[in-house]
Design a protein around this ligand. Sequence first.
Ligand code: PXP
Length: 262
Amino acid sequence: MTGDRHDPAHLRLGLNIDHVATVRNARGGAYPDPVRAARLAESIGVDGITAHLREDRRHIRDDDIARLMAEISLPLNFEMAATEEMLAIVLKYRPHAACIVPEKRAELTTEGGLDVAGQMDALRDPVARLLDAGIRVSLFIDPDARQIEAAKALAAPVVELHTGTFCEKATHGDVQGRARELLRLREAASLGAGLGIEIHAGHGIDYDTVGEIAAIPEMRELNIGHFLIGEAIFTGLEDAVARMRQLMDEARGPAILAGVGA
Ligand code: PXP
């Protein structure tokens, strides 16, 4: 089993630290510090840090991004709406990666994928500017052939498949729905990888659902936040990450590892 995040056979685990900031902001102070969580992540087998600076700054704030860039050596994946405000921030800091997500002020979290096919004209310029700055761009989309083909047309090197519906079906014990959503994810991953797009996934992943997602052969990175930060309350972040990592590695199995990069 490889632990090298640069090895294509290694399924990377990105830790989303937004909800450390949610707890901090509940009291308006400085504790708990999401940058401290990112620092801890460096020593416990996490491959990257994900943070979403939302328009309303409900969790991560501007100075968190500045501190992450200054203090953390893991690659930062900056989730962002495709607005001029966010583009200015990400082009100033130039993180390793930017993931463009849809954003509505009223939603609790990112509820659906980005409608790339319906917003080609609006997304063309932001994607091109990020790529020109050397930032790895990903588009957070539903597992849908139209969206993947649109991402390809925009020359996005990466798509992150929204696993929220799959995870929701799993949580509600909807066996058929779970199987159907998994098939959508598998087909989307296969289509995307066939077009030369790197495949990531995220949203709602927990210990129960990670195995099926990690077992998708084309998968290269999972971004997981809410569950791991929640689980850290009970077992600590190190144990929560170690268990997630173990489930990912078990699901990859020797067959997938042998096929990757072949
Ligand atoms: N990936 C993207 C693009 C997201 O918007 C989110 C939620 O912020 C995640 C991954 C992580 O989802 P969760 O917190 O449910 O694990």
